[in-house]
Design a protein around this ligand. Structure first.
Ligand code: F6R
Length: 261
């Protein structure tokens, strides 16, 4: 695992955007794994700017998102379908028929999850997966205690996640937040060829410490990424605040840059 400690979210977003742009330039048919949440917003803006400037084209890419709230229609302004459309897909040249977000309204959830896994496989697997991280150590919506091998499934959200996400819902109300989600599993994420995880702010300190230096445990699901052989964690100084080997990671990064994750 490579750890890039940046000064601020702006610098982290620029680094992540450059990794994605390089990947798509190298392979225009890249299968993108995408995330929602506050963290990638700036990075998506940078991708949109690069696309508008003609630096990169996503027209031959496909994408798969990590998760969706159960019970929210794609048109709901807090659904992850809506987020992706408004934050990224409407601003780049991707063919929106080739963008995929789990179905939050599926009646047969197990069949819908299996179909999602099958679609990823049929696309040839995810080439590059973007991740945020929850303050409780979740990636996608894989909450503490989940199986580290699980595939796309429905997941009951922790109270911590519901509280964290309430800020985005009507009047910041906790009772507006769905209690369950459909999410790619840790096993699905581990299959991605490359993983780029972004974390900004003090609220992510414990999760980042668990991810990079903690024991691999279902109580901190992101820690499974210690077994991924091409994973870069991009975090700002605040999110890196509890890393014991911080100076060493900085030294490695200064020597090798983003390669050899
Ligand atoms: C969203 C997702 C979540 C978020 C995480 C952090 O698709 O998979 O794991 O990445 O909850 O959210 P923010 O970025 O809002 O702090």
């Amino acid at each position: 695992m490579k750890v890039a400690i940046v000064q601020n979210p702006e610098e982290g977003s620029r680094l992540a955007a450059s990794i994605f742009i390089d990947q798509v330039k190298q392979n225009p048919k890249t299968v993108l794994g995408l995330a929602t949440g506050s963290t990638p917003v700036k990075m998506y803006k940078l991708l949109a700017e690069a696309c508008k400037a003609g630096t990169v084209s996503f027209k031959d890419c496909q994408s798969f998102n990590l998760d969706e709230y159960l019970g929210l229609a794609p048109e709901h302004d807090q659904s992850y379908h809506y987020f992706m459309k408004t934050q990224l897909f409407d601003h780049i040249d991707i063919d929106q028929a080739k963008t995929h977000v789990p179905d939050g309204l599926a009646t047969d959830i197990a069949a819908s999850c299996q179909a999602y896994e099958d679609a990823i496989k049929a696309a040839g697997g995810i080439d590059i997966q973007l991740l945020g991280i929850g303050s409780d150590g979740h990636i996608a919506f894989n909450e503490p205690g989940c199986s580290l091998a699980c595939r796309t499934h429905s997941q009951v959200l922790t109270q911590q996640t519901i509280n964290d996400n309430a800020r985005l819902f009507f009047q910041g109300r906790v009772d507006e937040v769905p209690t369950q989600a459909v999410t790619m599993g840790i096993g699905s994420i581990m299959d991605a060829k490359k993983v780029v995880l972004l974390a900004f702010g003090k609220g992510k300190q414990d999760a980042i410490a668990g991810l990079v230096e903690g024991p691999v445990t279902a109580m901190c699901p992101c820690s499974a990424l210690q077994y991924h052989n091409d994973c870069i964690v991009i975090c700002d100084e605040e999110a890196a605040g509890k890393l014991r080997n911080k100076d060493y990671y900085k030294y490695i990064f200064s020597q090798t840059g983003v390669s050899n994750a």
